[in-house]
Design a protein. Structure first.
Length: 114
């Protein structure tokens, strides 16, 4: 089983257990920004881990959404997901749930850095 971390606020998270299939756009849109399915999304690398991404509402700040995750020199506004970025074929990538190792990296980073 893989895991997806959804950060709702700087004090509230959810963890989803998912299978090994690629995440679809509908799932992503329903779980970022205001979680109403209307957000356009962008990805941000999770600190120095290129295989872990934060998926967030690209207009979260412009929409006045509250900060949910603080990153060095900036913040993510609105609900966001932390997922695995993986190569599928011929240079194509997709988003999947985090492996246990990736999940542990995220948790350790969050506890050590706020």
């Amino acid at each position: 089983m893989r895991k997806i971390i959804k950060i709702i606020s700087s004090e509230q998270i959810m963890v989803f257990n998912v299978d090994d299939t690629e995440l679809n756009e509908q799932f992503i849109k329903k779980n970022i920004g205001r979680s109403d399915g209307t957000s356009y999304f962008e990805r941000v690398n999770f600190y120095d881990y290129r295989d872990i991404n934060i998926i967030c509402d690209e207009e979260g700040k412009l929409k006045g959404l509250k900060p949910s995750l603080y990153i060095p020199g900036d913040f993510i506004a609105g609900d966001c997901l932390i997922v695995s970025l993986e190569h599928i074929y011929d240079g194509e990538t997709g988003w999947f749930g985090l492996t246990d190792e990736q999940f542990n990296k995220v948790i350790v980073w969050c506890f050590n850095n706020g």
